[in-house]
Design a protein around this ligand. Structure first.
Ligand code: SF4
Length: 255
């Protein structure tokens, strides 16, 4: 069974297990399925016990790796923390602000237009009740697009932040490094979100101006990713970049 898992497939995925074609081959997913309901609930002490157990497991693994490399973990702990690069700190701050501006604008869009969306749902329900013809496929596609936007709105920020933070690590491989991997999944998320907004824009001509502004923000993030991580596309994501033909889920949401 162990050899059937794809090593590292979960490292650069979007954590949307519900829509992932690799659940059967993902160690993280398999581990999560074994957890009890209590262990998945942050209100329950079992959840925190499980987090602690995972943390201890990671520490043990890191210590073992360091020993194998001839590094003494106790010596590493005594080493002074290097001063953060001020340019990198400024870049982190700038990208965090831009990505959070987008995430907040998405929240605002759905909050301000809550009544509008409820009305659209009610209209649809009435049409169904009255036996009028309803384009359920388009409606489902629309709902999917909203889910995609919501799923990625904060994820983009987290991944771009991680990619920028990793720029400090100059000793890593030029292509296959954590910054490029994080940038790649951030870029995929940005492009899926752009496509999903386009679905909404076509269905909601009255929201054209607001949606175009959100798409403009995403386009800007896309340009920033290309500028800061010119090699992101060459990064190889285990699993996802090996079997791309099996991972298409929605036509605006290719893997
Ligand atoms: S690879 Fe797929 S199944 Fe595994 S954690 Fe990521 S989204 Fe979930």
């Amino acid at each position: 069974m162990e050899e059937y898992f794809i090593s590292g497939v979960h490292n650069y995925c979007d954590r949307w297990c519900e829509r992932c074609p690799f659940t059967a081959r993902c160690r993280v997913y398999a581990d999560e399925q074994e957890l009890s309901e209590e262990a998945k609930d942050p209100q329950d002490p079992a959840f925190w016990q499980n987090i602690r157990k995972s943390f201890e497991g990671v520490l043990d693994m890191l210590h073992k790796m360091m020993e194998e490399m001839g590094i003494d973990p106790a010596e590493v702990e005594k080493m002074p923390t290097p001063e953060p690069d001020p340019d990198l700190k400024a870049l982190e701050k700038m990208t965090r602000e831009k990505t959070m501006r987008y995430a907040d604008a998405v929240d605002q869009f759905f909050q301000q237009d809550k009544a509008f969306f409820e009305q659209k749902s009610d209209e649809l329900a009435d049409q169904i009740e009255e036996g009028k013809p309803v384009d359920l496929e388009s409606w489902q596609f629309f709902q999917d697009a909203v889910e995609v936007i919501r799923w990625y709105q904060y994820f983009i920020s987290a991944k771009i932040h991680r990619a920028v933070t990793g720029l400090e690590d100059e000793e890593e491989d030029r292509i296959q490094n954590d910054s490029n991997g994080s940038a790649k999944i951030a870029m995929i998320s940005v492009e899926r979100s752009l496509g999903a907004w386009e679905v909404l824009r076509r269905q909601l001509p009255e929201k054209d101006k607001e949606i175009l502004e959100l798409q403009r923000q995403l386009q800007h993030l896309r340009a920033e990713i290309n500028r800061l991580f010119p090699h992101w596309a060459q990064f190889h994501r285990p699993g996802f970049d090996d079997e791309p033909g099996s991972t298409v889920r929605l036509d605006f949401n290719p893997n």
